[in-house]
Design a binder for this molecule. Structure first.
Ligand SMILES: [Zn+2]
Length: 114
């Protein structure tokens, strides 16, 4: 937990946001600046900075992120047609909140990455 971290505040409940999913390891919200008809963020409750900070011990948390993303997209009936999962890492990738988060985008044909 980092006191000045937006996602840690959401994780602890200090900042009330409409969570689409909430369990012991991760939660999910809608991206406030959606780049696709459906744009979700799946976020670990533990403060992991970014992909460079992921360690073997984070395995269960990272796996849960994928499981939750799949379940949410299934519930939105977007699983069959497909969607994108992306992690930005650091400044060049446009990462704005330095707390690991998975972007889940779908609902239209997506262009190539980059
Ligand atoms: Zn954090």
């Amino acid at each position: 937990m980092s006191d000045d971290c937006l996602f840690c505040k959401m994780a602890s409940g200090a900042l009330d946001v409409g969570k689409l999913h909430d369990d012991d390891l991760v939660f999910a919200i809608k991206d406030i600046n959606p780049r696709a008809p459906t744009h979700l963020l799946v976020i670990p409750k533990e403060h992991i900075v970014d992909g460079r900070d992921v360690r073997a011990e984070h395995g269960p948390t990272v796996a849960r992120m994928f499981v939750v993303a799949a379940a949410l997209m299934e519930s939105l009936q977007l699983a069959k047609r497909g969607y994108r999962i992306a992690f930005n890492v650091g400044e060049d990738a446009g990462m704005t909140v330095p707390h690991l988060h998975m972007h889940v985008l779908g609902g239209r044909r997506l262009g190539a990455e980059g």
